[in-house]
Ligand binder design. Structure first.
Ligand code: SF4
Ligand code: SF4
Length: 297
């Protein structure tokens, strides 16, 4: 039986595909998009969250840490470079100021979680969505769970960056009913600068999926002022999408600042200077897609 690493299971999700869904967040992603709102999904291993406002300075963690990675000064400080994520501190923190993100789960255990909401899937034409992180990074585990979902007649959605080998994509494609395919930047240099990886494989994979499954793809575009929402990038995305078999729908996802989450993980947030797009900016981008005949949400 396959084991995977997940960092969350969200029941009653309504924004991750049709109907009422269970969204499973798998850990690990090759990309490191500067705007990522699930930074705890990037590392394939466990993460340690520290919510300083919950800390009552009991010093339990300081006394437990085998690596001297916790400093007890005016406030608790974690020296991330010394932390090996043993999680002794998180296991015993009385206020949950320290929390572990990530856990191992096997496909049977995950199916038990997914099956809890079957009645809601039936009633709302919902199902299960695999998100992350990048679910394709745990393809053997993902495939086993997808097979089980299909046996149960559950609608499956994959929320993906599209960054994987074609071989991996082909190994799961027949078990996926709907793709939420993220498209960020078309210019390869900018894609590499803001996500850490080139986009050639992503675009090739999108072409491959839309060749046979054009009605089962929703394109998701994060709208980040000055980065993804530039006139040139929107034009480039429109040119690409127009060259493909027609995709079903385009979803525009407005940027919002998640610096606090990065702070809690001890990660650097590079987009603190970026503001959320205004309603007018969102409407302008929406109009450009609608003019070309796309259904836009
Ligand atoms: S164990 Fe928790 S509450 Fe106690 S000092 Fe450490 S972080 Fe704060
Ligand atoms: S998880 Fe890190 S900070 Fe916590 S006890 Fe282990 S080494 Fe120390």
């Amino acid at each position: 039986m396959q084991h995977g690493t997940i960092f969350d299971i969200k029941q009653f999700a309504v924004h991750d595909g049709p109907g009422i869904r269970t969204t499973v967040f798998l850990k690990g992603c090759t990309l490191s998009c500067q705007w990522c709102h699930n930074p705890e999904g990037i590392s394939p291993s466990l993460d340690l969250f520290f919510n300083s406002y919950l800390c009552m300075k009991c010093n339990t963690c300081f006394n437990l840490c085998p690596n001297e990675a916790i400093i007890d000064d005016s406030k608790i400080t974690i020296l991330r470079e010394l932390c090996d994520k043993c999680m002794l501190c998180a296991n015993d923190c009385p206020t949950e100021a320290l929390q572990k993100s990530g856990r191992s789960i096997n496909s049977t255990e995950l199916m038990e979680e997914i099956l809890k909401s079957t009645i809601y899937y039936d009633f709302s034409e919902g199902g299960v969505t695999f998100s992350g992180g990048e679910p394709l990074l745990q393809s053997s585990f993902l495939k086993e769970v997808l097979e089980k979902c299909k046996k149960e007649g559950i609608h499956t959605t994959l929320d993906t960056s599209g960054y994987s080998s074609l071989k991996i994509l082909k190994s799961v494609i027949d078990y996926i009913d709907l793709f939420l395919f993220d498209l960020k930047l078309i210019n390869e240099r900018l894609h590499k600068e803001f996500t850490g990886v080139p986009n050639k494989q992503i675009i090739e994979n999108l072409r491959f999926i839309t060749q046979t499954r054009s009605n089962d793809v929703i394109i998701r575009i994060p709208i980040i002022p000055g980065i993804t929402s530039t006139d040139q990038n929107i034009e480039d995305i429109l040119t690409l999408l127009s060259s493909l078999n027609m995709v079903k729908e385009v979803n525009l996802l407005p940027f919002h600042n998640v610096s606090e989450k990065y702070d809690r993980l001890g990660m650097e947030y590079k987009l603190d200077h970026v503001r959320a797009p205004s309603d007018e900016e969102m409407a302008k981008v929406k109009e450009r897609f609608e003019e070309k005949g796309f259904k836009v949400k």
